[in-house]
Design a binder for this molecule. Sequence first.
Ligand code: 2AM
Ligand code: CA
Length: 265
Amino acid sequence: MNRELETAINAAKEAGNIAIQTFGELDLAKIHPKDYKDFVTEVDSACEQRIASAITSAFPDDSMLCEEGSTANGTSGRKWIVDPLDGTLNFIHSFPVFSISIALCDSKNDLVTGVVYQPVLDELFTAEKGKGASLNGNPIHVSSRNDPEHFLIATGIPFKEYHYLESYVSMLKDVIHDSAGIRRAGSAAIDLAYTACGRFDAFWEYKLFPWDYSAGVLLVREAGGIVTSFSGNGDVSAHHSIVAGNPVTHPLILEKAKKHFHEHL
Ligand code: 2AM
Ligand code: CA
């Protein structure tokens, strides 16, 4: 294991421990509105501080982008992308689905390291470019399901921007017909990690941020899956839209994304 992955794992576990200590007992005073229907808690900030200081002390020349505003402008050309708590609304409501997501891009902007940690289950998903993906040290692969009747598909439901709601609902109807069930877990990093290990057969969501998806995108790709934007581009940063799946489900969901979201792409 290289030093980058080791640093990311240690930071994610430390942040996970901070989150677990408050989970289920969060004081209302510690929740602050960030934006319309978007919240940040003092736990998000404490996790972010811990991760940011671990990364900057190990790699002082690297840049960093964190959801809650911590930044570093290093000279190495490499960039860490951090979501200290993905699934904050779940965390606030004591719904035990949230994660810590840490990714590293190299100087060519390629994802090279990804860690998603789900502290409630002590599940650590890791990936290194070209070396595969693992869950708690054991190799993982995307599902091999190829029959829509068996597909369990994850998504993120729009929660504050409504101009694409009709497109989303028509796509949802379409996917309902071609799957056994749909799940909305509330943490995109977990949706992608679960797609990487085959629990979910695919995942789609429109309008995410790099900290929500970067580590998870590497996990899915290193687990043998395919990830693109809704327009089929491997560079998902164009619309921050994600379609992830195995070699059978990805094209199926991508076709529906193109059909229903064409006016937004
Ligand atoms: P966050 O908890 O880090 O903000 C998927 O829908 C993503 O949107 C989640 O990973 C979540 O990341 C973010 N999000 C922000 N506000 C949300 C809300 N009100 N409901 C659902 N997801 C929200
Ligand atoms: Ca977050």
